[in-house]
Ligand binder design. Structure first.
Ligand code: SF4
Ligand code: SF4
Length: 429
């Protein structure tokens, strides 16, 4: 795509990135067919190609408007378009820069600004979020159904084995996950403990920074990154093998620390080290696949449990990890039912489901129809955002896949009662 950048961007580091990305787009439109917002809204300006055009105009000197920002806000940052694009257009990087520029030049109203600031603070501060969640869970029974859907009941974490092995890995606990689903990290610790690996959470680490980053507050996002790097590096120096991610939305952010801090002389090298050590739990277990096999080999074959798996966008498009979770679940005896449109976003997308509820709701309904079509007993996914978003409207239980794997490795699991037939369930019931 021919591009002539405005003086403000020409010969700047950001301008060079923008120019290279804009020139790589050949305007073919292949990405439109896989863009969730284009499928829902049918407007070219809510497609990757349309948004690239809008950003190009701004980088060439046009004044952005509230309409420009609306179409950029409506993007889920799912990066499905990157997977589809035959020309390798780095849409996500372009959007990061474009959103930042537009945010600086087009002010938001009072209510919108307060809402975004409140989301950043409440969701990015585990102590605040957990207190609010506990209060909500106490009065959940008195709430109207629509509000009740949004507050899951308290969850039991089970046992997190004490560190006892020579092999150690770190885990990012996450902001909302320990409050909403404490069993996810505990299940990860139990699975790794069976593989003679101890999983350790470092108290000084906190939010990965993705929330602030995607709400266009890159300074706050980078501050979180630096704090986590300072917290984890001494443990990597002391022999921890990896930093394990159990939420793919956090994983894609931490794996990007190296690129985001590449121009910071004090952190560039340290950030690259942390990113290189960061692995999704599926990557860790695929590397340990041979060691996992004997853990199930001595048992009788597992009765098939029909699972519908939803791969989060941050795993399949952001981290480019596909097929690993399915292989691990199949190894331990689960039957994965076919699911249409696996590549499409469920609408959760961080704070998107709160800020763009109509589009997010339509995408959730579409996703749940596909996930339930094969009458699964359970829906599995790999990101807390997708899990809570889907569960809020699904009568089929939604779990993190590592919990299923942990259950499958537990001797008592096969004796647990099976859930009722999914044939009697309906979405939204
Ligand atoms: S598929 Fe790629 S090259 Fe084609 S219009 Fe979309 S972003 Fe541009
Ligand atoms: S990131 Fe997702 S929603 Fe945004 S333009 Fe690309 S495909 Fe569409």
């Amino acid at each position: 795509m021919q591009t002539t950048l405005a003086d403000a961007f020409r010969n700047t580091p950001e301008g060079e990135v923008v120019e290279r990305i804009l020139r790589s787009c050949v305007h073919c439109g292949f990405c439109l067919a896989t863009c969730p917002t284009y499928l829902v809204l049918g407007n070219e300006l809510d497609s990757p190609r349309g948004r690239i055009y809008l950003m190009k105009q701004v980088f060439e000197g046009a004044t952005p408007t509230a309409k420009t920002r609306l179409h950029l806000d409506r993007c889920l940052t799912c990066r499905n378009c990157e997977t589809t694009c035959p020309s390798g257009v780095e849409y996500g990087r372009l959007l990061d820069i474009g959103r930042h520029i537009v945010e600086e030049r087009v002010g938001r109203g009072f209510v919108e600004s307060i809402t975004r600031a409140a989301l950043k603070t409440a969701l990015g501060t585990p102590s605040l979020f957990n207190t609010a969640l506990k209060l909500g869970q106490c009065v959940r029974g008195l709430m109207p159904a629509t509000l009740k859907q949004r507050i899951p009941p308290a969850d039991d974490a089970g046992v997190w084995p004490a560190p006892r092995h020579a092999r150690r890995m770190l885990v990012l606990e996450g902001c909302v996950q320990p409050g909403l689903k404490p069993n996810i990290n505990a299940a990860t610790a139990r699975v790794l403990d069976r593989l003679q690996i101890s999983l350790v959470a470092v108290a000084e680490a906190g939010c990965c920074g993705a929330l602030a980053h995607h709400l266009n507050d890159s300074d706050a996002g980078l501050a979180s990154a630096r704090r986590n790097i300072d917290a984890w590096l001494p443990h990597l120096d002391a022999g921890a093998e990896a930093i394990v991610m159990t939420a793919s939305g956090c994983g894609v952010m931490v794996k990007d620390y190296g690129r985001l801090l590449r121009n910071d002389p004090a952190y560039a090298e340290k950030a690259a080290r942390v990113s290189a050590a960061t692995k999704d739990i599926s990557e860790i277990l695929l590397a340990e696949r041979e060691a996992l096999k004997p853990l199930t080999a001595h048992r009788s074959p597992l009765a098939p449990r029909r699972i519908a798996y939803h791969p989060p966008c941050t795993l399949q498009h952001g981290q480019k990890l596909t097929g690993g979770v399915e292989a691990l679940l199949t190894d331990v005896g689960f039957e994965l039912v076919p699911v249409a449109e696996k590549h499409l976003c469920c609408g959760a997308a961080g704070t998107y489901s709160i800020l763009q509820p109509d589009i997010a709701g339509q995408l959730k309904t579409r996703k749940l129809e596909h996930l339930s079509a094969g009458e699964p007993e359970l829906i599995a996914t790999a990101n807390i955002g997708c899990l809570t978003h889907l569960q809020s409207d699904s009568s089929i239980p939604v779990q993190h896949w590592i919990e299923l794997l942990d259950n499958a490795l537990s001797p008592s699991w096969r004796d647990r009662p099976r859930p009722p037939s999914s044939a009697t369930r309906a979405i939204g019931a």
